[in-house]
Each structure stands twice: as C-alpha cells, then as structure tokens.
Design a protein around this ligand. Structure first.
Ligand code: PXL
Length: 270
C-alpha cells in the first residue's frame, strides 16, 4: 500500500556544526517520524564556540527554493527559525500566504545567538511582528526575546510578568504564544502557553548538561513535527518538551568541540 509522509518544512539558517538551525531541525523531524524539507535563509559560519560570520541569502533564492519544494510536495507544517533580514521576512510572509492547505506555522522568534550575535535589526523585528505573526499558529520566544517583543524594559521573571509578556505579544498579532522559561532560574524549565485565550504552564525538569546548543531550534521543530502529525498546540508543546528533555539528557554524555555542544537528536536510534 502506498503511504504518505507527514512533512515539515523548515525555513531557517544553516549551522555547519550541526547543533542548531536547519541541521537540528531536520534531525528533529526525522527523530519524530516526519519527512523534513528545507529552505535555507542564511549560511552561518559557526562551531560550538559561537557564530563567526553570517551570509544572508537574497530573496530570489528564498523564493526559488520555496517554490521548487512547495510546488511539488504537500506540506503539513512549517517551522521558521533564523530569517536573516527584513527583506527575507517579507519574502517568507508572501510565500507562506500562497501555501496551499494553510498548514500550521511555528515561528521561533530568533533574534540572536545565545553567544550574543545579533541576527535581526530593530526594523526587521517590527516587520516580523506585522507580517509574520498573523500567519502563525504559534510563536516561541525565550525570556529575553519575549521582553523585546512585548516592549518590556526588564526580562520577565514572575508568573504574572511572563503571562503579561505573552499577552502583549499576542495583542501585537500572534494568535498563540509560548514563552520559554529555560533561561529563568529554578530547577524546572517552565514554559507559558497562551492559546485560545487562556494560559497553561508546561514544566519539565531542567537537565544539568553543558550541551544546550540548539535547544530552542529543537523545541520549535519538535512542536511543528507533532502538529504535522495532527496534535493541537498544547499536545504538541507537551510532547515536544518530552523529546527535548530526553535529547538533552542523552547529549550530556558526549563531548563535541570546545564550546557548547549539541543535544543528541537521534537518541532513540543509537
Ligand atoms: O538558536 C538560534 C539559532 C538559530 N539558527 C541558527 C543559529 C542559531 C544559534 O546560533 O546558528 C542558524
């Protein structure tokens, strides 16, 4: 009998060291039983010690990569990571608008690397809010990104502050918001989901590991994979957090490179 894959498209940057970006996304899709497709927005030169250089691809290339894939293959979910520039964001928005079937779009609001490299200028953030947010099923800022996107002076810390940040981001155009608490203090990584007008909190144990490079990319990709397979947003978040926790635990046993190593995305295979 002929079967259909659940397909997920990632629109993101390449990380040659394999821990984040497109490479993390494709491994996550594969681990969770989905067929991964990709459109590369930027080529970063990086390793486990940080991002050295970024080459943003021009809108024509995005257009051409996207059209080739989307004109041929049905897409069940989309994950957007590093977008690269204001122009890229506008192009991605117009391409998403013409995608048949309205698949769920998960936007990881990547504003910079954890090492401090800025990926998007302020004007591009405004364009992201105006053009991309309304096209998404979910946006997934971490705490520092939530502060920027919500226009808050301080990084939210308390439950009330985090819920307020999620609400402000939602008012600015995103139908659903997951504020990731991994950068907060405490023994648990508690994420706040604002979905269908109400808050739910999703908590997982914080894994004690030096290898956290690409955790955000991996979580948003895992959410997209579960949504491609038919989960609603809260179910997808719950299951994605289980996957990320296991991948962090398994990755802790390895050493790769001289800096912050990756998760073990394929822990269930080897
Ligand atoms: O984790 C954010 C991120 C996303 N995409 C690419 C990256 C990084 C962080 O370094 O390199 C390509």
């Amino acid at each position: 009998m002929v079967q259909s894959y659940s397909t997920v498209l990632t629109i993101a940057g390449s990380d040659g060291s394999g821990g984040a970006g497109i490479q993390a996304d494709l491994k996550t899709f594969a681990a969770l039983g989905c067929y991964g497709l990709s459109v590369i927005t930027a080529v970063t030169s990086q390793n486990t010690t940080g991002v050295k250089e970024i080459m943003v691809l021009d809108p024509h290339s995005l257009f051409s990569q996207f059209r080739a894939v989307a004109s041929d293959i049905a897409i069940d979910a989309v994950k957007i990571g590093m977008t690269g520039s204001e122009e890229s964001i506008k192009t991605i928005a117009s391409l998403i608008r013409e995608l048949p079937g309205n698949p769920p779009v998960i936007l990881d609001t990547v504003l910079g690397s954890s090492g401090g490299k800025v990926f998007l200028k302020e004007k591009a953030i405004t364009v992201m809010r105006e053009e991309l947010f309304p096209l998404t099923a979910l946006v997934t800022p971490n705490l520092p990104e939530a502060a920027v996107l919500a226009g808050l002076e301080n990084i939210p810390g308390s439950i009330e502050e985090i819920e307020e940040a999620a609400a402000l981001i939602s008012v600015s155009g995103a139908p659903a918001v997951l504020v990731k608490g991994g950068h907060g203090t405490g023994t648990h990584s508690s994420d706040c989901l604002l979905w269908n007008g109400s808050f739910s909190w999703h908590s997982s144990e914080k894994v004690d590991t030096p290898n956290t490079h690409g955790t955000g990319c991996t979580l948003s990709s895992a959410i997209a994979a579960h949504m491609a397979k038919g989960c609603d947003c809260p179910q997808a978040v719950t299951q994605a957090k289980v996957y990320v926790t296991e991948a962090l635990k398994a990755g802790g046993a390895y050493r790769l490179g001289h800096g912050i190593g990756p998760l073990h995305h394929l822990f269930s295979l080897w």
